[in-house]
Design a protein around this ligand. Structure first.
Ligand code: ADP
Ligand code: MG
Length: 744
């Protein structure tokens, strides 16, 4: 069941980082001035972009967003204003997504992660961790929470599990045995698009979740480009699932599940700019492909008219399907660099962000989903508790029945009492053992029997204790994973700090509202401009209308420039796509060449017949080799008494009764006969081939043929044959007659 909330647009904010040292050295004195080419009006949420190569009179480009953060903005400002409300929604059971988009080196990772060790520079992710656990600790005590985390990256269109336990060698930090597993995307009507077999870890505290993040970051794919030394070469997604159970007005427990996706995208730069080649270029091609797929999805959604949204074009867009046009609340942080040399990229990012503003989502609370882990935990905890109390009850029952050795007093309850009881039983049994041993009146056999009985009882007692201990440990471990509102996590913040936090929140909310009102006023101003004007004289009317005409003309110029820009952009991206296509075609030709020339056609056909396309994964896959019944060659039934079928030849040989050295293997003797030398005494040459008339090679052929070494095979069943040593002269004659009889 889910409550539908009215639709809301994707929240888009823009952040510009300060000029770095390299850029600052180049920028001074350029048209961009000291601050570069980006100017921001924080109160109105406007960004003005200056073209460093602008022609005189060319208008500047202005964009309006939900919020803008200039170079002097702090991490906290962005968090309080933009992210905090989203985290609250997630705790209330909504799905939420924050993704950072922008050119490499503009501060996506800085915004999402920041500097973990410096409180002032901590990014969205560490602040969100703290926020989630603090909120849980401050929530009412009747709520139970279960927090889970997963971490994955999309590298070259493959999904990798960054928390895969096989990747992280236990107890040896920073040592990774293998690269992360590649996972598949699946879709179900209940939970939408999800990653199959993705590792998900239950976290009880900020420390635990931070450790997970660190672990994942160690295996994340990063590489240096000309624009950023530690450029992220993959898209990463950190997923936090918060399940909350609470007693509803109907007196029953209800579970709400909120999922928070924290996405740090790889850079959207042009390939030429990053100076990448080889493997990095291939990465860039994949990054650009998935980002252009993201762009297409955003365009299709923003347009609102096109029925088809190409989510399936890339893994990234499929994973973000819920976040873009789905049931999530989404925040996009577009990051900019102020350097004039990146004007085109900055403009592209702004356009991208501008389009994303129009995407409408339908966020709704996920209530009582079937796959809630919290419910399973609660069931398991209840089962363990029942088992434990049953054991306690059994102990008491035994005592009441007055079994031998169980006569104890008291009516205690609880774990400690049970433990005490067990201890007493043990002591009693030991005492009785001792008494039996010391009792001289008992026969030795009788003594042995009684001691044996007591030993069995001691064993039972031990077994019972071990099982109860195991159950208790399991019960405690499971219960500790559930966070109870206001109890499990100690909130060390003082009242003063809490008030400060609330105050900051209020200020953020107020400035957001002010900005919204300002933006509305701006829009209304434009619309009502014409309505307000009344003129007292013709001259005044001419002036006013000239002014308006100028304004409209400027607007027209802006739109024209915009169209030109969009065209240029289109041409550029087409060229880039063509370039990528050419490269791929070249690679394809190379592979074709190898296949056509070095793989036999029948093998190629066999392989082709086995390949099938998996539309879900968009991958070619090999069919499993399971031959049909008719194709399966039946193994010949073995001849009775033999290990395996035996050939006719071997059968005959066997009948002849030769030695059986190689009988089992059916091996043939291959023996090189000592053949006679090919030299011939001249005396025996026929007169017509005497040396004075040198013989032609063909004339000599019969002799040579006869003299050719003969390689004879002999089966294991043949009797060893004495090798005749032959002299050069007789060999020709004798050999010619001997050969037919010996050769097989
Ligand atoms: P991206 O992830 O977009 O490729 P990074 O986040 O790695 O870029 O940022 C590149 C560099 O710029 C880093 O050294 C980072 O510290 C710095 N940086 C980015 N944004 C800011 C900012 N708002 N304030 C200060 N430094 C920043
Ligand atoms: Mg990065």
């Amino acid at each position: 069941m889910s409550k539908v909330k009215s639709s809301e647009t994707v929240k888009v904010v823009v952040r510009c980082r300060p000029l770095n040292r390299k850029e600052a050295a180049g920028v001074t004195g350029t048209p961009g001035g000291r601050g570069g080419i980006v100017e921001m009006d924080v109160h109105r949420g406007q960004v003005v972009l200056r073209n460093p190569r602008a022609l005189p009179g060319e208008p500047q480009k202005t964009f309006t967003f939900d919020s803008v953060y200039d170079a002097s903005s702090r991490q906290r400002d962005l968090y309080d204003e933009t992210v905090r409300p989203l985290i609250h929604s997630v705790l209330d059971g909504f799905n939420g997504t924050i993704f950072a988009y922008g050119q490499t080196g503009t501060g996506k990772t800085y915004t999402m992660q920041g500097a973990w060790l410096e409180p002032e520079r901590r990014g969205v992710i560490p602040n969100a961790f703290e926020h989630v656990f603090t909120q849980i600790s401050r929530s009412p005590a009747d709520r139970q929470y279960l927090v889970r985390a997963s971490y994955l990256e999309i590298y070259r269109e493959e999904i990798r599990d960054l928390l895969d336990p096989n990747v992280h060698t236990p107890h040896v930090p920073n040592v990774h045995t293998q690269s992360p597993h590649t996972l598949e995307l699946r879709e179900s009507p209940e939970s939408g698009v999800y990653v199959r077999d993705l590792t998900s870890c239950v976290c009880k505290s900020v420390k635990e979740i931070e450790e997970l993040m660190n672990l994942g970051n160690q295996v994340r794919s990063v590489g240096a480009t000309d624009m950023n030394e530690h450029s992220s070469r993959s898209h990463t997604l950190f997923l936090i699932t918060v399940e909350c159970s609470q007693t509803g007005p109907d007196g029953r427990q209800h579970i709400r599940v909120g999922r928070l996706n924290l996405v740090d995208l790889a850079g959207s730069e042009r390939q030429a700019k990053t100076g990448v080649r080889g493997e990095r270029l291939k990465e860039a091609a994949k990054i650009n492909l998935s980002l252009s797929a993201l762009g297409n999805v955003i365009s299709a959604l923003a347009d609102g008219r096109s029925g088809h949204v190409p989510y399936r074009d890339s893994k990234l867009t499929r994973l973000l399907q819920d976040s873009l046009g789905g049931n999530a609340k989404t925040v996009m942080v577009a990051t900019l660099g102020p350097a004039p040399q990146h004007y085109e990229e900055t403009l592209t990012t702004l356009r991208y962000a501008n389009r994303a503003k129009n995407i409408k989502n339908q966020p709704r609370v996920n209530e009582d989903p079937k796959d809630a882990l919290l419910r399973e935990f609660q069931k398991e905890i209840a089962r363990l508790r029942a088992q434990l109390s049953h054991r306690e009850g059994r102990g008491k029952h035994r005592k009441e029945e007055g079994e031998e050795g169980w006569d104890r007093e008291g009516d205690e309850e609880g774990e400690e009492e049970v433990e005490k009881e067990r201890k007493l039983q043990k002591e009693r049994l030991e005492e009785e053992n001792k008494a039996i041993r010391e009792d001289g009146s008992l026969l030795a056999v009788e003594k042995q029997r009684l001691l044996g009985e007591k030993e069995i009882m001691m064993g039972d007692l031990r077994k019972e204790r071990d099982t109860t201990e195991q159950l208790t440990a399991k019960y405690k471990a499971m219960e500790s994973k559930l966070l109870v509102g206001g109890r499990n996590i100690m909130d060390h913040t003082s009242e003063q700090q809490k008030t400060l936090e609330t105050r900051r929140q209020e200020i953020a909310e107020q400035s957001r509202r002010e900005r919204e009102i300002l933006q509305q006023v701006m829009v209304q101003d434009e619309e009502t401009l014409e309505l307000r004007e009344t003129f007292s004289s013709l001259q005044q009317e001419v002036e006013a209308k000239t002014k308006k005409l100028k304004k409209l003309y400027a607007k027209l110029q802006c739109v024209k420039a915009e169209i030109q820009d969009v065209n240029d952009e289109h041409v550029r991206s087409r060229q880039e796509l063509e370039q990528t296509q050419n490269q791929l075609t070249r690679e394809l030709k190379f592979k074709y060449l190898i296949i056509e020339n070095f793989i036999p056609p029948e093998e190629k056909n066999k392989i082709l017949n086995r390949l099938t396309l998996d539309p879900e994964e968009d991958q070619w896959k090999f069919q499993l080799l399971t031959p049909s019944e008719s194709q399966m060659k039946k193994r010949l039934a073995s001849a009775v008494g033999y290990k395996r079928p035996i050939s006719q030849y071997a059968r005959v040989a066997l009948a002849m009764g030769a030695h059986s050295r190689y009988r089992a293997e059916n091996i043939l003797f291959l023996e090189l006969d000592m053949s006679p030398p090919t030299t011939v005494s001249l005396d025996h040459w026929p007169s017509e081939v005497r040396p004075n008339c040198s013989p032609s090679p063909t004339d000599n052929a019969p002799y040579r043929e006869r003299a050719t070494r003969v390689r004879k095979s002999r089966s294991w069943c043949q009797a060893p044959r004495a090798i005749t040593s032959s002299s050069s002269t007789v060999s020709l004659a004798t050999h010619s007659t001997a050969t037919p009889s010996t050769a097989q």
